[in-house]
Design a protein around this ligand. Structure first.
Ligand SMILES: C[S@@+](CC[C@H](N)C(=O)[O-])C[C@H]1O[C@@H](n2cnc3c(N)ncnc32)[C@H](O)[C@@H]1O
Length: 265
C-alpha cells in the first residue's frame, strides 16, 4: 500500500526501518496489531487521514541549508542565468522554480536566497518569482511554514547570508526573513500522484534531490517522466548528487558544470 501510493520502496532488508517507525503509531493509535492497522488503512473511512500520519512517520527528512554547494553553484552560475536570459529574451519576467521534495523547507528557502542574490535590486522587484516547495509529509511542511531553524540546519550558511536573510529569535532560533519567505509557496504534493503533478506545469527549474533513493526503478521512471512534463522546454532538473537517471530516462540532455551533472529538457 505504501509503495502503490507513494513509490517508496522498502526492500526486505529494510523492513526493520518500517517496523521501527510504525510500531509506535500502531500502539498509539490503539490498533492492537499490524493486521488491524492494515485493515484500517484498507477499509476505514478515516484511512486518508491515517495515511497522512503514516507518511509523516515513515519518511526520512534529513536536509539543511545550502546542501551540496557544488550543485548550488551550478544552479547559480549556469541554470539560473541561462533561464533568466531566456525569459528576458521572450519578454517575460516570470520565474518558476520547484523544490519537489522540500522536507522542512531549507531547500526552497536556499533557492530563494540565491535568486535574491543573483537578481539583485532594483531588478529583483520587477520579477514575478514563484518558488514552490512540496512534500508528501504534512509534518515537515508545517515546520517549513514556521521557517525557524536551529544551529544544525544553518551549519552550512555563510555569515553574510545568515545576517542578510535570517533574524535570530529570542529562543535562539534562526527565522527566515519575510522577503525570502514570501516567494516560497508550500503544498502537500505526492510525487507519485499523476493528477496532482499535472497541475504543476511550466517550471523553469526543478530540484528533486535525495528522494529518488527511496524509490525503486519503476517508481523513479514514473516520477521522472512526470517531472519532465512539468518542465518548460530547455528547463533544468537537479537530482541528488548520489542519484542518477542511468536506466531511468534518456529524455534529458546532460549538462556538465565543473563535474556537476544537471539535466536539461
Ligand atoms: C531526505 S529529504 C530531501 C530534502 C531535500 N530535497 C534535500 O535534498 O535536502 C526527502 C523528502 O522526500 C519526501 N518524499 C518521500 N516520498 C515522497 C513522495 N512520494 N512525494 C513527495 N515527497 C516525498 C520525504 O517526506 C522527505 O521530506
Amino acid at each position: 500500500m505504501i509503495y502503490d501510493r507513494s513509490g517508496m520502496h522498502f526492500p526486505d532488508h529494510k523492513k526493520y526501518i518500517l517496523e521501527n517507525r510504525l510500531a509506535r503509531r500502531v500502539e498509539d493509535g490503539g490498533f492492537e496489531n499490524y493486521e488491524k492497522y492494515i485493515n484500517y488503512l484498507k477499509h476505514d473511512a478515516g484511512r486518508e487521514k491515517e495515511f497522512t500520519y503514516l507518511f509523516n512517520i515513515i519518511t526520512t527528512n534529513e536536509t539543511f541549508f545550502f546542501r551540496d554547494t557544488s550543485q548550488l553553484q551550478a544552479f547559480e552560475s549556469v541554470a539560473l542565468p541561462d533561464t533568466v536570459h531566456k525569459l528576458k529574451t521572450k519578454g517575460s519576467k516570470k520565474l518558476r522554480i520547484w523544490s519537489a521534495a522540500c522536507s522542512t523547507g531549507e531547500e526552497p528557502y536556499t533557492l530563494s536566497m540565491i535568486v535574491a542574490d543573483r537578481l539583485s535590486m532594483p531588478d529583483y522587484k520587477d520579477w514575478d518569482i514563484e518558488i514552490h516547495g512540496s512534500d508528501i509529509s504534512d509534518g515537515v511542511l508545517s515546520s517549513a511554514r514556521r521557517g525557524e531553524y536551529n544551529d544544525y540546519s544553518v551549519r552550512n550558511v555563510s555569515p553574510q547570508h545568515l545576517t542578510k536573510y535570517f533574524s535570530k529569535n529570542g529562543d535562539g532560533k534562526y527565522a527566515i526573513k519575510p522577503e525570502v519567505k514570501k516567494v516560497v509557496r508550500l503544498s502537500n504534493i505526492n510525487l507519485f500522484d499523476d493528477s496532482a503533478l499535472r497541475m504543476y506545469k511550466g517550471m523553469d527549474i526543478i530540484f528533486c534531490r535525495n528522494v529518488l533513493i527511496y524509490f525503486d526503478d519503476a517508481s523513479k521512471k514514473k516520477v521522472i517522466s512526470s517531472l519532465y512534463n512539468s518542465l518548460v522546454s530547455g528547463g533544468y532538473l537537479f537530482i541528488g548528487h548520489s542519484e542518477s537517471l542511468f536506466n531511468i530516462s534518456r529524455a534529458f540532455k546532460l549538462v556538465n558544470v565543473n563535474n556537476v551533472l544537471i539535466y536539461q529538457k
